[in-house]
Write a protein that binds this ligand. Structure first.
Ligand code: GUN
Ligand code: ZN
Length: 450
């Protein structure tokens, strides 16, 4: 297979200005947030064709340095980093809101039958188009995404993301056992070659990235997991994504299938699948040795609270994860997750952290919730300084919030005495109406679903 051609980029253009309130993280390693009531963001296309933030700060200080800057003014609105979704399944668009008695029945009754349809490129492309428009409508500008076991499903997603000039990461699911006909890799070595072909075709093309994607330990043979680990070693800047320790029945099954492994995590460790840029969805039922091992290998957790609440999987342990220095960020996990909206996910994360089953509940600060879904998620993915923030040098993908989007939001945000209260009100009450515009590469794209 030949590599996909890069999209020809327009020549370097004149900088553009965006005037509104600004919200950003001055130190992307920390969740301390800054707010500017009348700010200016300056964006422009670099020689490599990518539109980046060139400057940002108070309008009164910055504007004089850009006397003829064509500027869009959004009084009353707030420019904030685009949201980063660390774990989502585009082929599960039509699985969202399907009830089940927990994870394994949900996979068998809804998810696997839906995913079988993605051998059909036209179906994959139509779904990818709808899915990406839905992400943008909700202010999500970058996602780490599962496709299905069919290589065609990756091609469809990448083409749809490329057409929208997005920074997206996706991969073909590896699953060579305990999966139905039509979704199972019938030839393990072929599935690994397909993964390598797709890396060659898509990784690093425009703003696209590839993720080696073993579904989870129960649906891969040891041969497939080790093969995935070998590819991961060969391509250190490619991502790895899978599921880990989500559900108690799943964990019992892993122990039966891999009796020699110390823990569920150890199955991936033995296969060489723990390293920086390895992202494990859920990571709920771990012990302290697992969390330390994830931290020391640079592997990270994608916290998926709406999914965990919906499927009754359990509660991510923020306290134990912080104690182990395990890095994490937020994820929708649609279609196990119930919403594309980062606000709904932040709200659910707050609720999950408050749970005090066998441990003290914590009250996550609103700026920490926002950080987990923007700059923190970008750091966890190894994309710090590229997405999830408004600092100069970051790519020009951002959202424009309307804190008065609904009567209740207008009333509640008007009464917020502090920045934290204001952010919290939006985090709990917000949905897609709060996103007035999503800007990709310096272009507002909000009307792209019309
Ligand atoms: N574990 C294995 N596959 C899946 C999936 O598609 N969704 C979730 N939530 N967990 C999984
Ligand atoms: Zn998932």
């Amino acid at each position: 297979m030949h590599p996909a051609p890069s999209t020809p980029q327009p020549p370097r253009t004149q900088p553009q200005g965006w005037r509104a309130q600004l919200l950003w993280f001055p130190d992307p390693q920390s969740h301390k947030v800054r707010h500017e009531t009348d700010g200016l963001l300056v964006t422009g296309r670099d020689d490599d064709g990518v539109v980046r933030i060139q400057a940002m700060g108070p309008y009164r200080e910055l504007a004089e340095h850009y006397p003829k800057l064509p500027t869009t003014h959004w009084p009353g609105l707030c420019i904030a980093p685009g949201f980063v979704d660390m774990h989502v399944h585009y082929p599960q668009l039509d699985v969202i809101a399907s009830p089940a008695e927990g994870l394994l029945p949900w996979l068998e009754h809804y998810t696997f039958p839906h995913e079988k349809q993605f051998s059909e490129p036209a179906h994959a492309r139509e779904t990818a188009d709808f899915f990406l428009d839905e992400l943008l409508h909700n202010g999500v500008t970058t996602a780490l995404c599962f496709a299905t076991a069919h290589p065609e499903s990756v091609d469809a997603f990448m083409k749809a993301a490329q057409a929208r000039q997005l920074r997206m990461i996706a991969g073909k699911v590896l699953q060579d056992r305990h999966s139905p006909d039509g979704l199972r890799d019938t030839d393990t070595q072929l599935s690994l070659r397909q993964t390598e072909d797709l890396i060659g075709r898509w990784h690093g093309v425009d703003r696209l990235g590839y993720a080696i994607t073993p579904r989870f330990a129960p649906t891969s043979s040891a041969e497939q997991l080790h093969g995935a680990g070998d590819i991961a070693q060969q391509f250190p800047d490619v991502w790895v994504q899978s599921h880990l320790a989500e559900n108690l029945d799943e964990i019992r099954w892993v122990h039966e299938l891999f009796p020699q492994a110390r823990s569920y995590l150890d199955v991936y460790d033995r296969a060489g699948l723990l390293r920086p840029r390895a992202v494990y969805a859920h990571s709920i039922h771990l012990d302290s040795a697992d969390r330390r091992r994830m931290a020391e290998t640079g592997s990270v957790a994608a916290v998926s609270p709406t999914s965990n609440l919906f499927l009754g999987s359990g509660f991510f342990d923020y306290t134990a994860s912080d104690a182990a220095n395990l890095r994490y960020g937020l994820a929708s996990d649609v279609g196990g997750g119930t919403s594309f909206s980062p606000f709904q996910t932040m709200h659910a994360a707050y609720t999950v952290a408050r749970q005090s089953v066998g441990r003290p509940g914590v009250s996550l600060a609103p700026e920490h919730l926002w950080w987990q879904h923007t700059a923190g998620a970008a750091q966890a993915l190894g994309l710090g300084g590229k997405v999830g923030n408004l600092l100069p040098g970051c790519e020009a993908d951002f959202v424009v919030l309307n804190p008065k989007a609904t009567p209740l939001l207008a009333r509640r945000t008007a009464q917020a005495d502090t920045l934290a209260e204001w952010l919290f009100a939006m985090g709990v009450l917000g949905d897609d109406r709060l996103i007035a515009h999503t800007v990709i590469q310096g272009q507002p794209v909000t009307d792209n679903r019309a």
